[in-house]
Write a protein that binds this ligand. Structure first.
Ligand code: ZN
Length: 74
């Protein structure tokens, strides 16, 4: 079980959808809404310890609502 999935994620600040960790091929991760695709910035990491720290940062950024909308005009 991946330890980053133990981190608590609030609902999406825009649509109330479910936030989920996305891992970009083992070099960075971010949190993305499963419903509207809003997402946090990407957090790059170089090893497992750094990955866990970046996951905590991404969860925090998501939970305080610093989330990028894919289509602000919609
Ligand atoms: Zn959303």
């Amino acid at each position: 079980m991946d330890p980053i999935f133990d981190l608590e994620l609030q609902d999406c600040p825009y649509c109330g959808g479910t936030g989920c960790f996305e891992d970009e091929g083992g070099w960075c991760l971010y949190v993305q809404c499963l419903d509207c695709s809003s997402h946090t910035a990407e957090f790059a990491y170089r090893n497992e310890a750094e990955r866990a720290e970046r996951a905590r940062q991404a969860a925090h950024i998501w939970n305080i609502g610093k989330v990028i909308r894919p289509n602000p005009g919609d």
